[in-house]
Design a protein around this ligand. Structure first.
Ligand code: NAG
Ligand code: NAG
Ligand code: NAG
Length: 259
């Protein structure tokens, strides 16, 4: 699973700059995470480019594999504003970063804007644990976890591939739960006008803070965290993702490249 990635055909996060401001306002008093920046688990979020691109022009909807959106501590953001992103520190990782962590939404801009955003918003919090306390460790570990999960192969193994025929949410849930032994959080775009089903867009799997063991994303009775909002903030075009509902869902094939 190492599709070629066109040099220079990548990212930047313009919308993302706005969310920094929002978070800054909420930072001290926000009810959603603690002001002490304590967090309990890591969420590895992967998204499906054709869905991410559904309403975005000039987006990389030809990618036919799940890519990394981010590795997020569950209840902390923007933990150290003086720890600035430095692309040089991850130069050894760039090859993998371009393939597995592309800025799907802003393919023609400076791709490192996306990574800068992820580092400043999430990486500076993840850095509380020694295993993630540098850019190189944070991005490197994210790539490792992504490869370890090997979501693309897992889905294929269960015969789940993009199709114009609908799946059931349970097809995904059962496959992933069986392989990983934990419950994934699967997010969808709601049906738009003229559509009759939700579209799968994002899959979150959670890891323990120490040791990086897979764990459930939610405890029984625990309220779902603030990810919907996070998604909106991270520059999705419109309505954002919701936890998928039981029932049919669309796993859209990538657009064929027009050359
Ligand atoms: C924030 O990051 C800077 C730069 O890496 C570092 O010197 C400082 O110790 C960090 N502050 C905290 C509270 O971790
Ligand atoms: C791209 O963004 C990075 C990080 O923000 C910055 O260091 C670099 O200078 C930018 N490159 C260009 C060509 O704008
Ligand atoms: C994870 O969640 C599932 C379903 O809610 C539950 O059956 C299982 O026991 C949970 N696992 C752990 C380790 O809490």
């Amino acid at each position: 699973m190492a599709p070629p990635v066109a040099e220079g055909a990548l990212p930047a996060w313009v919308a993302v700059l706005g969310c920094g401001l929002t978070l800054c306002c909420l930072g001290g008093a926000g009810p959603l995470w603690s002001s002490s920046h304590e967090w309990r688990k890591l969420i590895l979020t992967q998204h499906w480019p054709p869905t991410v691109c559904k309403e975005v022009d000039s987006c990389r909807d030809t990618l036919d594999y799940w890519t990394i959106h981010g590795l997020w501590p569950d209840r902390a953001e923007e933990c150290n504003r003086s720890w600035h992103f430095n692309l040089d520190e991850i130069k050894d990782l760039l090859r993998d970063m371009k393939i597995y962590w592309p800025d799907v939404i802003h393919p023609s801009s400076n791709r490192s804007q996306f990574w800068k955003h992820e580092w400043e918003k999430h990486g500076t919090c993840a850095a509380q644990v020694d295993a993630l306390n540098s850019e190189k460790k944070y991005f490197g570990k994210s790539l490792d976890l992504y490869k370890q999960l090997d979501l693309n192969s897992v889905l294929l193994k269960f015969g789940i591939k993009p199709s114009i025929n609908y799946y059931q949410l349970a097809d995904f849930k059962d496959a992933l739960t069986r392989i990983y032994g934990v419950v994934p959080k699967i997010q969808c775009l709601l049906p738009e006008q003229g559509e009759d089903v939700q579209t799968i867009g994002q899959i979150e799997l959670c890891f323990t803070k120490e040791g990086f063991h897979l764990r459930n994303c939610t405890e029984p009775g625990e309220q779902l965290p603030y990810k919907q909002e996070a998604w909106l903030a991270e520059g999705a075009s419109t309505e954002g993702l919701m936890v998928c509902e039981d029932g049919p869902l669309f796993y859209p094939p990538p657009t064929k490249t027009q050359r």
